[in-house]
Ligand binder design. Structure first.
Ligand SMILES: Cc1ncc(COP(=O)(O)O)c(C=O)c1O
Length: 441
């Protein structure tokens, strides 16, 4: 597998060229831990191609990625899945149109709806034990909403979601297509899905477009992501839409890491991924008598902490005492993400730490709340750009939300712009320690 971006930049860095171009560091910095990368941080000089009008080394590298993922076309993003989500929606829906969206979606979806003036109709997943952020979307609920909203422009789901819940993308794609609607999947957490023994990548299962945050599960620098398309129809429009929102100075460090990742995916990844998944399965069986492990996509370990007599945050703090930093913890859950870059000793340390945690083992009561559809008082964009004020969360009852209120991670909003705060939502926000909210004046 070729690595054209990496090769070009490496050759350039090794020549003693006078850099009469951006960036201002000219490939140099004072001696520090980042010094080694500065020579490789370049801009669109001659031969380096241009991300949003790629026809040279970037196009060649994207074609390599497309072959590896089995897509019609794959485009790189140096602005994460966030940029891909904006672009996918921009090519599928017009201002004012409805889109059918999963409620366990990331804030990036809300931002895209505000930017593009879209009107989401929410599908509520079957939320997991005491979680207000994660769950599966059922094909039946998608069908019902498509029957009720025949004018919707597309269906948008998030699978896997932040805690690892995986929906039946194949069935949802079939239903969406039977109504003549494209399916977009936020696969930010599932770049590795194309390389599992059974390929369960959204494009293989029938999605029309999806985004993968390469940086979340593959050895790619933060910000590196893919936008994949299944057909020519959207591929032609995607670059233009990406350039609408993306910086005209994408990081060549990120692009090189995406380029190098192709070689890794082609050579070693499948075997290493399968070994890592076996190792995670082993870890799960080693801790199963002590912990309740949620069903999730294979690279995540999601523990429901309450039966140990600890909140998710308390369990995370216990792990930090052993120098283990989880990806996420909240009132009920703690979640760790692994990849083939974790060593055998990492797994041993996690196992030992988990098995030596002192815990009361008196099951804590799960928080009591229901996830109920909220009343919409305004379109998202209108609410976001309205005059607003900040109030205590306790005082927000009946007010219109003017900012998507969420904590990051997981960045899954409990209330969307334009919706009315109800008692239940206030309870959820307080559970996530959100003490102030923005409301329309
Ligand atoms: C489900 C989901 N979608 C989208 C995003 C945004 O991805 P990125 O950080 O690559 O922009 C995230 C980020 O955490 C996410 O968890």
């Amino acid at each position: 597998m070729t690595t054209p971006i990496y090769d070009f930049v490496k050759a350039y860095a090794e020549k003693n060229t006078v850099r009469g171009h951006m960036p201002g560091h000219k490939g140099k910095t004072a001696e520090n831990t980042l010094s080694a990368v500065f020579p490789y941080d370049i801009t669109e000089i001659k031969g380096a191609d241009a991300l949003f009008e790629a026809d040279g080394i970037i196009a060649e590298s994207e074609k390599n990625a497309s072959e590896l993922f089995g897509t019609y076309a794959t485009f790189y993003s140096a602005g994460g899945s966030t940029l891909c989500i904006q672009a996918m929606l921009a090519v599928c829906a017009k201002q004012g149109e409805k889109i059918i969206c999963a409620r366990n979606s990331h804030k990036a979806l809300h931002s895209a709806c505000i930017l593009l003036g879209l009107s989401p109709v929410w599908i509520y997943p079957e939320f997991e034990d005491g979680s207000a952020v994660s769950g599966k979307i059922t094909p039946e609920s998608v069908k019902r909403l498509l029957e009720e909203n025949t004018d919707a422009a597309c269906v948008y789901i998030t699978s896997p979601d932040y805690l690892g819940a995986v929906s039946d993308v194949k069935a949802i794609a079939e239903i969406s297509h039977s109504f003549g609607k494209p399916l977009i999947v936020d696969n930010a957490h599932g770049a590795h899905f194309a390389f599992l023994e059974e390929n369960i990548h959204p494009i293989a299962l029938g999605a029309d477009m999806c985004c993968d945050s390469a940086h979340k599960t593959l050895p790619v620098l933060t910000g590196g992501a893919y936008l994949h398309t299944a057909s020519e129809k959207y591929a032609e429009k995607v670059k233009g839409a990406m350039s609408l929102f993306g910086s005209s100075s994408p990081s060549y460090l990120i692009l090189q890491s995406l380029d190098l990742c192709n070689k890794y995916l082609a050579e070693n990844f499948r075997g290493e991924l399968s070994e890592t998944i076996n190792r995670i399965e082993k870890l799960k069986s080693e801790i199963k008598d002590v912990y309740t492990v949620e069903e999730s996509e294979p690279l995540k370990l999601t523990i429901y902490a309450l039966p140990c007599g600890l909140t998710g945050r308390e369990l995370a703090d216990r792990l930090r005492e052993s120098d283990i930093e989880p990806e996420y913890a909240d009132e009920t859950h703690v979640m760790l993400m692994f990849s083939p870059q974790n060593s055998e000793s990492d797994f041993e340390r996690v196992k030992n730490a988990l098995l030596t945690v002192k815990m009361p083992r008196i099951c804590l009561e799960p928080p009591h709340f229901e996830i109920l559809p909220l009343k919409k008082a305004m379109e998202m964009r209108e609410a976001f750009f309205s005059e607003k004020e900040t109030v205590r969360t306790d005082d927000a009852l009946g007010r219109i939300c003017a900012r998507t209120e969420t904590i990051c991670p997981p960045c899954v909003p409990a209330v969307a712009c334009g919706e009315l705060f109800d008692k239940n939502t206030i309870k959820i926000l307080k559970m996530y320690s959100i003490s102030e909210v923005n409301v329309v004046k």
